[in-house]
Write a protein that binds this ligand. Structure first.
Ligand code: TPP
Ligand code: MG
Length: 787
């Protein structure tokens, strides 16, 4: 049904205003309140202009409050302008665009104060996030947690060059497997990337690909002016010319203007009578308006395209646009970082009827009255407070149990803890949702999945089971299942964890996501992990096996850098326990940490191992429990005259214990420090120093400072980790102790654990050698004998 004229005029006026405000925001940051360094605040003007109409159509008319949107990073000024018109963004923050505490260059859930649903910036990730957010919505609905909430559509505004990002295709395949619904991707088909003009015929590739995955594809190519011109005598020839015009020529002519178009049109089709008349009837300005009236710049056409969708299948809209439309550099291939000059802006300002000094006035230069526009904006369905939802905290039992054995690995322990949770009927058990990229069984999630089942919208029994063929793992799918099985794409795992881990805000239903993967493949999904943390999604990731300790698994799978990633990743608390009782404490702490308020809580990374080691027989009291969560405790407390301390983390515990025993025979007061989280230790240390600097007189000591405080100055510390030695090397800076940091700097060698620990120098003898080099006494008498 065609949209009413008055409504259309209002929407078009708002789109015009959005284009103005977004360009002015960037102009202001460059020319009116430039930063002190004299640096240009990169371009967004062209990239934003592309989407001003499409986003205005969506935000002012099509979207419903339950919809969620990922906005193309460079359309951030358009987004902020729309929020400003809604009254949800301040002038001050717009004036301070890209400045300290100003509106963000790329929409940010955590740093912007207006209503950002998903943070974007690293192209491709926001797009896939909408797909997984939709799967999560289905999960929440199937588990009966939507209550009376309406289903939202998950919408991404996508740059055409953004579509080059591989993670989008990985997500597409996963979406198809899970029967994706309620997802719209709107491709801003301006045929320009950052550097240049994109390849010809890209839309055809997009079209076949999306249809192939079961999506509806809507191509929005021509605006109304164009369609009207096509209906005139000679119009067909014009349409053919437009369809055949190469992308780079079209872009160049949009830049050159009406005269340029006229020259080409006349040379190429102008001798055909009617079409000549069609062209010559129009002034240069009118001709340019016609030729740049692509579908994506035509309000009525866009509204119509969106409103026609009457199903919940995923839809890809390919909307033709001109990058920088309406601005002096429209279509120019160098326009990505292009900025209007002061003189150009001045001219444009006058043409928009905006008086000097009234640039920020919301309705300046529009023909509608302010009262009318205010009333319109107040009734816009999407313009609702409290779109960001909340959900109560899920209680975590005082202790997480597991069936203990004398010898175990942390990976095994992880499976046992989850199995125990799965057996019970706690709210915690109901809210955990696991996911793994085809390593469910090999990361010990099997027992959990056997008890809790796999998630799918439709029931599907394990055929092996129904055929009564003996099998260890039950692979039954149902809408109540609690494991989401993914294909082997680690980016998908982290984007799914991000979507699950935002469910309390997006769906008002809290989920406690737990993902598993092999530790080295953290690096494969790192950008997605980083973005998940950046937008404050909450999840637990168990990465196993790790390090060179996975010895027989093969050299190619060994990870060295992940402990440093765990330390450096903002929003992620990383742990590398040696024993299963520590792991149970950490997981319990983790489920609480995942639910703490913004700024306090975060996600959790467990670096685990398949190495079976002897477990301590002990009861963990409250002090030890708190030390484990803080990051370290004395496994053997050093005496007052300690000569040497061995500090270890993770699977090398047996070597550290053995070496400590051997060194103890010829050195005094030796200590053994068990480190469960070097990340939390380091963060605590830097935090305490900052606090003491900022608030003079405060005596607060961090956990590691307290642990090392009793050591004499000349005690030597040997650190050992199956990972990069720099991870623990900083311990010497805490109180000025000398350190020998042992760890792994190369990888790829295969062999037994003993072979590899010896080869890389993290075995008991290497620890003894290091201790000897730090102390002055006689040589340590005993060495570990070769086996
Ligand atoms: C992962 C990643 N790589 C590179 C960039 C830098 N970058 C920002 S936008 C862009 C391409 C812009 O082209 P397109 O997606 O077509 O958007 P347009 O500007 O045409 O609207 C690039 C390469 C980025 N933001 N993220
Ligand atoms: Mg583009």
């Amino acid at each position: 049904m065609a949209i009413e004229t008055a409504r259309l005029e209002t929407l078009s006026a708002l789109a015009k205003k959005v284009l103005w405000l977004s360009s002015w925001t960037i102009h202001h940051a460059n020319h009116i309140r430039p930063n002190k360094d004299g640096l240009k605040v990169g371009g967004h003007q062209a990239s934003s202009a592309s989407l001003a109409t499409i986003m205005s159509a969506l935000y002012f008319s099509v979207l419903r409050p339950e919809d969620r949107v990922a906005v193309k990073p460079h359309a951030s000024p358009v987004f902020h302008a729309i929020q400003y018109l809604f009254g949800r963004q301040t002038r001050d923050k717009l004036e301070n665009f890209r400045g300290y505490k100003g509106a963000q260059s790329y929409p940010s859930r955590t740093k912007d104060s207006d209503d950002v649903d998903f943070s974007t910036g690293s192209v491709g990730l926001g797009v896939a996030q909408t797909l997984f957010a939709s799967l999560v919505q289905d999960y929440v609905r199937s588990h009966g947690w939507m209550r009376d909430r309406r289903e939202g559509r998950m919408i991404a505004l996508v740059g055409d060059a953004e579509m080059d990002e591989g993670n989008i295709f990985e997500a597409l395949l996963e979406g198809w497997k899970h029967g994706l619904r309620n997802t719209w991707w709107v491709v801003d088909y301006n045929r320009q990337s950052l550097d240049a003009v994109v390849r010809e015929g890209l839309w055809e590739k997009f079209e076949t690909m999306f249809r192939n995955f079961g999506w509806d594809v809507v191509i929005v190519k021509y605006g109304r002016l164009m369609r009207e011109a096509f209906a005139e005598p000679g119009g067909e020839a014009l349409r053919r010319w437009i369809d055949n015009c190469p992308n780079d020529l079209y872009a160049a002519l949009c830049f050159e203007g009406g005269a340029g178009f006229r020259k080409h049109l006349e040379n190429e089709i102008g001798d055909q009578g009617n079409v000549s008349k069609l062209i010559s009837r129009r002034s240069d300005d009118e001709l340019l308006a016609l030729m740049s009236n692509l579908g994506g710049h035509d309000m009525a056409t866009m509204i119509d395209a969106f409103e026609k969708i009457d199903h919940d299948r995923p839809v890809c809209f390919i909307a033709y646009t001109v990058k920088g439309v309406g601005l002096p550099f429209q279509g120019h291939k160098d326009n990505h970082a292009g900025l209007m000059t002061v003189a150009q802006m001045e001219k444009w300002r006058a043409s928009q009827n905006i008086r000097p000094g009234h640039e920020w006035d919301k309705f300046e230069g529009l023909s509608q009255s302010a009262a009318e526009l205010d009333a319109f904006l107040a009734l816009v369905p999407f313009n609702k407070p409290d779109r960001r939802l909340t959900a109560p905290v899920i209680e975590v039992p005082r202790q997480l149990a597991f069936t203990a054995a004398a010898q175990m690995s942390t990976q095994q322990g992880f499976g046992l803890v989850l199995n125990e949770i799965a057996r019970g009927h706690s709210e915690l058990a109901a809210r955990i949702v696991t996911a793994s990229p085809d390593v469910t069984v090999s990361t010990n999630l099997g027992a959990w999945v056997n008890r809790r089942g796999l998630f799918a919208r439709a029931e599907k029994a394990d055929l092996f089971r129904s055929e009564k063929i003996p099998t260890t793992f039950h692979w039954d799918f149902s809408p109540k299942g609690q494991h989401i099985e993914l294909g082997i794409a680690e980016m998908n795992l982290f984007i799914l964890l991000s979507a699950l881990g935002l469910s309390h805000h997006i769906n008002g239903a809290r989920l406690l996501p737990v993902g598993t993967l092999y530790d080295p493949f953290i690096e494969r999904g790192l950008d997605a992990l980083n973005y998940a943390c950046y937008q404050d999604a909450r999840f637990m990731v168990a990465a196993t096996p790790s390090g060179i300790t996975l010895a027989p698994e093969g050299g190619a799978h060994q990870s060295i850098a992940t402990p440093l990633i765990g330390m450096a990743q903002d929003g992620l608390a990383s742990f590398e326990p040696a024993f299963v009782d520590e792991l149970a404490v950490i997981m319990r702490w983790g489920f609480e940490h995942m639910q703490r308020e913004s700024g306090e809580g975060g996600s959790v990374y467990l670096r685990l191992s398949t190495r079976t080691i002897e477990q301590p027989q002990r009861a963990i009291g409250q002090n030890l429990e708190s030390d484990i969560a803080e990051g370290a405790y004395w496994l053997r407390k050093p005496g007052p005259n300690a000569e040497v301390v061995v500090a270890y983390t993770g699977a090398v515990a047996p070597e550290a214990i053995e070496a400590t025993g051997l060194i103890g025979e010829s050195r005094r007061d030796i200590g053994l420090l068990a480190i469960t989280s070097v990340d939390r230790l380091h963060a605590g240390w830097t935090g305490a120093r900052r606090l003491r600097r900022d608030r003079r007189g405060v005596q607060h000591l961090s956990h590691i400072e307290k642990l090392l405080a009793p050591l004499p100055r000349d005690t030597g510390i040997v650190t050992v980790i199956d990972g990069h030695p720099a991870t623990l090397g900083w311990l010497g800076s805490v109180r000025g102790h000398r350190v020998e940091a042992l760890g792994v700097e190369h990888f790829g060698q295969t062999g037994t654990i003993d072979d590899l620990y010896r080869h890389y120098g993290i075995d008991a003898n290497a620890i003894i050698d290091a201790a000897e080099s730090l102390t002055s006494g006689a040589p340590v008498l005993h060495r570990k004998m070769a086996v």
